[in-house]
Design a protein. Structure first.
Length: 71
């Protein structure tokens, strides 16, 4: 393996790990049902390269602001 291939491999692993820890941290921060939380976490642990992008696309809830709720 050349030095450049090794560098890209390490970079890929580091960025992937950061995304996994960010997703898990976000899951724990949100108030979800225990079933939903465990499902997302198990999916991220077993299939990280598929589930992490899916979580950031469909799993993040958007919260309404208090001003929007009042109207």
């Amino acid at each position: 393996m050349t030095a450049m291939q090794l560098l890209w491999t390490y970079l890929f692993v580091i960025v992937g790990g950061l995304l996994v820890f960010t997703a898990i941290g976000h899951i724990l921060y949100q108030k979800r049902s225990p079933t939903s939380m465990m499902s997302w976490m198990m999916a991220i642990v077993f299939l990280p390269f598929i589930t992490v992008p899916l979580y950031f696309i469909i799993g993040i809830r958007k919260r309404e602001s208090k001003h929007a709720k009042a109207m």
